[in-house]
Design a protein around this ligand. Structure first.
Ligand code: CAA
Length: 404
């Protein structure tokens, strides 16, 4: 029998793209009031991928520092969660496995259920480590949120990848066993195989999210999860950061402890720093909220955190975790801030040009210019194959927005 040791998130690292569009620039062209973006939906900037960036390059970029710190020798499983998959058959994690030089004796698989997939991966990972606490599991959450131009969803786009190492005796957060689950068949947001942008019924999606939150919370309590009074801060999936305010208000009302707006603002504030300037990163968004919280608040030793994961369609989970005393020494605050600071601002015309660039579907050879500022790049597509490579020099300056 495995020892009854704490299991959870030992390391957490994220990356984003090399380009950024500000909502001020977007508002100047869409005619929307900037206040709607900054306060109404709570978004200030969105990450935009350069032509040689995708979920694989972002994920490899996020995980490389984890491998450097902990080695790869104990990793036996790689779980890659995404809803912006690059292939219907081959798991994106296999490309990342290759780029990072992971050992061959590893299982790699991709998971999908909208923005919820990474939470399923995290839970599966804890079960694997419980079976053999000497093993590590590498979990990825990587996505590029894309909506049609000139639609309400456009202002909530973004992109990021989070990599998490799941182990026994975790340095950051122990994941607790009770979980609240909720599944309901609803068409609030979806992306059929033939589309590169998501379809969404915006207003319905807000209601579906809140219904799922209440459903998952009740199930969490029914399974003896801690009451609201024992939870220090809740990290929410943040499709846009105002959603976290709506969610927290709804959770407190559902739990029978309603609060005023100032209290809700105060509770949510430490979790939104990254999402409000990266945009929606679907599967990664909840774990960017966790990174923001751990980096912002230095008094979380031993505290219970709540997590609400929502994936349209819909599947949701409410669970809790215990912050490991001494967690501050394992954080990657500087690297995360550098990843954000290195993005190049683009103007609206460049953004639209990148957004409308047709995918290379003809099977021909398409070499892609070096634009990323990350460590890895998509070098070319030929014969319908994606060819990745380490980017020549990290930190080298490139005209990241120049056309191919
Ligand atoms: N100053 C301040 N606030 C303003 C304002 C101004 N000048 N103008 C408008 N606002 C406020 C509005 O009052 C509104 O606030 P409330 O929500 O508190 O009422 C807010 O700004 C948004 O305004 P609208 O409702 O008019 O915005 P919209 O019609 O453009 O749509 C949206 C908003 C539905 C969220 C849209 O952005 C969308 O469809 N987004 C994609 C779907 C989504 O993110 N859904 C979330 C749940 S689903 C999920 O979580 C999965 C996922 O990741 C997609």
């Amino acid at each position: 029998m495995p020892a009854d040791r704490p299991i959870g998130i030992h390391d957490l690292s994220f990356s984003t793209t090399s380009l950024v569009l500000t909502h001020a620039e977007l508002a100047a062209h869409t005619g929307a009031a900037l206040g709607k973006y900054h306060h109404g939906i709570g978004q200030k900037e969105m990450s935009v991928p350069a032509v040689d960036e995708d979920i694989v390059t972002m994920a490899a970029d996020a995980a490389a520092p984890i491998i450097e710190r902990h080695g790869a020798g104990r990793i036996r499983t790689v779980l890659f969660a995404t809803e912006t998959s690059i292939d219907q058959s081959k798991a994106a994690g296999v490309y990342v496995h290759s780029l990072l030089g992971l050992p061959p004796n590893v299982r790699v698989v991709e998971l999908k259920q909208a923005c919820y997939g990474a939470t399923a991966a995290l839970q599966f990972a804890t079960a694997l480590v419980h079976r053999d606490p000497t093993q590590h599991v590498l979990v990825f959450a990587a996505d590029i949120a894309r909506y049609e131009l000139d639609t309400p969803g456009e202002a909530t786009q973004g992109a990021a990848a989070a990599a998490m190492l799941i182990t026994a005796e975790p340095a950051l957060v122990e994941i607790n066993a009770p979980s609240g689950l909720f599944t309901h068949d609803v068409m609030d947001f979806w992306r059929p195989n033939h589309r590169t942008t998501a379809l969404v019924d915006g207003k319905k999606s807000l209601t579906a999210y809140l219904t799922a939150l209440a459903g998952a919370w009740h199930d969490h309590r029914a399974h003896h999860g801690p009451p609201i009074e024992e939870i220090h801060t809740v990290c929410y999936h943040q499709p846009f950061t105002r959603m976290a305010h709506k969610a927290h208000r709804h959770l407190l009302e559902t739990a029978g402890t309603p609060a005023d707006t100032a209290t809700i603002e105060h509770a949510v504030a430490p979790t939104i720093r990254y999402n409000e300037i990266i945009g929606n990163s679907y599967t990664a968004s909840l774990y960017l909220a966790l990174a923001a919280l751990l980096e912002e608040d230095d008094k979380l030793d031993g505290r219970t955190l709540g997590f609400f994961s929502y994936g349209s369609g819909s599947v949701a989970e409410f669970f809790t975790g215990q912050v490991t005393p001494g967690y501050r020494t394992a954080l990657r605050t500087r690297a995360h801030r550098e990843a954000i600071a290195r993005r190049s601002p683009i103007d609206y015309d460049t953004y639209r040009r990148l957004h409308t660039q047709p995918p290379h579907t003809d099977g021909g050879r398409h070499a892609l210019p070096h634009r990323t500022r990350g460590r890895y790049r998509l070098a070319e597509i030929h014969d319908h194959q994606r060819i990745y490579e380490p980017a020549p020099t990290r930190g080298e300056t490139h005209p990241a927005t120049e056309g191919p």
